[in-house]
Ligand binder design. Structure first.
Ligand code: ADE
Ligand code: ZN
Length: 335
């Protein structure tokens, strides 16, 4: 049998998703449905008008519309429905395991109880066709004291959270602003990740590692500006959760052909491919892989490395990791 085309390979291979903001999976159709269900007024007259507004100039221009979209989430069932819809899409893209970010402060600031948010998202993960775990993100444009309040609210729910992350507006909000809350999370035994080097400088990647003690870097694509940092990331095999469609939509790269994913892989970095905010950036996991295939010289060896990296970097137990890696190796051995 002839070897399948790279586009088929990336779609069919087993994979993990490690960088997905669940609020960023809220499709315009569901935003309108929930707005109607909850009696929330929207600034856009139709699904089409809302989708047409998804033209971003940078991270902040996206975040403004992303937080507005999340305003329709009020009841536990809303969080359940959003999460269940994402998990069904991920399953269809041969995602075997997802580590899902959620932003409690976006909701508690509107008066939605922390319990409502986490219980809805958690219940959908329990009912999912794939394995799914939760990473609670602190909003970095807010203060560290507000992050500490959020951690206090999460304390009765630590059995539902595998780790914490740091997201929202990166520039001007360096990782070290959150040193104390991350240290407390570390002593609680939580896994630690942070967005760094998306729009912010390579120095933010270094302080995320050295001050926050994170285990993975979300995005991290600006690391290539610092050769010593690249050497360190390769040596320590720090995973980078790269989000290609996001990077093009938010103008981190002019177009996909300018994306540095292949350079990262060829430098020996533990890069992975992820969807970030799929409802806003043009697609879920396989759409990201296909966009990369169509613009960059991605080989089957790269694809296998990306699939392996996703499970190697996942916060899963050693037996599950080995089972997933064996499935990846078996898939590629049959090509
Ligand atoms: N929140 C949702 N998506 C994000 C991104 N790409 N960067 C920072 N914060 C985010
Ligand atoms: Zn992100």
């Amino acid at each position: 049998m002839p070897t399948p085309a790279i586009r088929t390979i990336v779609q069919q291979m087993p994979k993990a998703e490690l960088h997905i903001h669940i609020e960023g999976s809220l499709e315009p159709e569901l935003i309108f449905e929930l707005a109607q269900r909850n009696g929330v007024a929207l600034a856009y007259p139709s699904v089409e008008a809302l989708r047409a507004a998804y033209a971003f100039s940078d991270l902040q221009s996206f975040l403004d519309i992303y937080y507005a979209g999340a305003s329709v989430l009020l009841q536990e069932q809303d969080f359940y429905d959003m999460t269940a819809a994402y998990l069904a899409r991920a399953h269809a893209d041969q995602v075997r395991h997802a580590e899902i970010f959620f932003d409690p402060q976006t909701h508690t600031a509107r008066g939605v109880p922390f319990e409502t948010v986490i219980n809805g998202i958690w219940r959908a993960c329990q009912d999912a066709p794939i394995s799914a775990t939760l990473i609670m993100c602190f909003l970095r444009h807010l203060s560290e004291d507000e992050a500490i309040v959020t951690l206090d609210q999460a304390m009765p729910h630590l059995d539902k959270i595998i780790g914490v992350g740091l997201d929202s507006s990166e520039r001007g909000h360096p990782p070290e602003k959150f040193a104390r809350v991350f240290e407390r999370c570390r002593t609680l035994g939580l896994h630690l990740v942070a967005h760094a080097g998306e729009e912010g400088p390579p120095a933010y990647i270094e302080t995320a590692l050295d001050v926050l003690n994170v285990e993975r870097i979300d995005h991290g694509v600006r690391c290539l500006e610092d050769p010593a940092l690249v050497a360190r990331l390769a040596r320590e095999q720090i995973a980078l959760t790269v989000c290609p469609l996001s990077n093009v939509k938010l103008r981190v790269f002019d177009d996909m052909s300018a994306h540095n994913l292949i350079t990262l892989l060829d430098a020996g970095l533990a890069a992975t491919v992820n969807s970030d905010d799929p409802a806003y950036f043009g697609g879920y996991m396989n759409a990201n892989f296909l966009a990369v295939c169509d613009a960059l010289p991605l080989t089957a060896a790269h694809a296998r490395q990306l699939a392996r990296n996703s499970f190697t970097a996942a916060f899963i137990d050693p037996q599950a990791r080995q089972r997933h890696l064996d499935e990846v190796d078996h898939y590629f051995s049959t090509l």
